[in-house]
Write a protein that binds this ligand. Sequence first.
Ligand SMILES: [Zn+2]
Length: 138
Amino acid sequence: MPDPGCTNAPPDAKDKAEMDESVLDQKRTCPYCSKVIETRPYWSHIATEHPAEYENSQGTWLPLYKDYATAGMEIATILMVMSELFNAKSEDIESFLMHSLYKEKVAAGTCDADAKAELAQLFGCAITDIEKRIKLGE
Ligand SMILES: [Zn+2]
């Protein structure tokens, strides 16, 4: 009998996609009542169940970002999940986070140039972009 040869395709790519999807599903929990949100669009739960928080959701963005970042979530994924939860544009959330994190770093004693360099690395963009976005948020 001849050897059948290359029948074993590596299953890696598919496994990884499934894992990412399940991590995302776990993260679609309500930041206010911790329930898993199962209905799309995800923001409709917050708009209906927590209308006051939905109107003023920016107070939630920074602490929620920190929870996600601590859990090891990528910035691109964080922005996607948050824009789905709060029905906000991901650029708006990104600008808000850049501005808030910059202020926080400077208040904690990081010098201006270091704070901008750290943000550029975190968001994967140029320092000049960070400067522009921080100015817009002021
Ligand atoms: Zn809720």
